[in-house]
Write a protein that binds this ligand. Sequence first.
Ligand code: GRF
Length: 176
Amino acid sequence: MIGVLVSGEGTNLQALVDAGLPIVAVASNRADAPALRRVANSAVFDLADYDTREERDAAMADWLSDEGATLVVLAGYMQLLTPAFLDRFPDAVVNVHPSLLPEFPGLHAVEDQLAAGVSESGATVHIVDEGVDSGPVLAQERVPVLPGDTPASLHERIKTVEHRLLPKVVAELCAR
Ligand code: GRF
């Protein structure tokens, strides 16, 4: 059973929904995340409502567990997770990232790749640890950078691959 964390648009969440994967709960750090409109069962865990990041993460883990989640997918979740969350789902938190990790981790991966002038980008699905996009890679696919690409055009091309790669890996993990 899958819990999903989101902060933004939620197109990767939509890809998981469309693939018919067993999503039981979606949590966000942002009440205004458009992703929340894509599912029935969601909850918001805003850092501003808690004294510490650990308290917020523990509350979020409690809720996802109570809803039956045993695997957690970060689908555009833009905050780091502490052990208060990660220790509750050992080796069962995965993330999708718009680069060929370990190259270009971080929040501005698409802009950073264009600034560096790379000819090839990609999408990566990996296990989440406490670092920034640093856990073991589960799957990766290359995406070309084209002349005249903007951050938006390159990100769209990468997302098209993410929407195929993420559901495939998550389905495999569910079958374990
Ligand atoms: C994706 O590109 C993902 O790789 C990154 O954040 C973006 C989320 O997009 N971590 P969306 O919210 O799924 O549309």
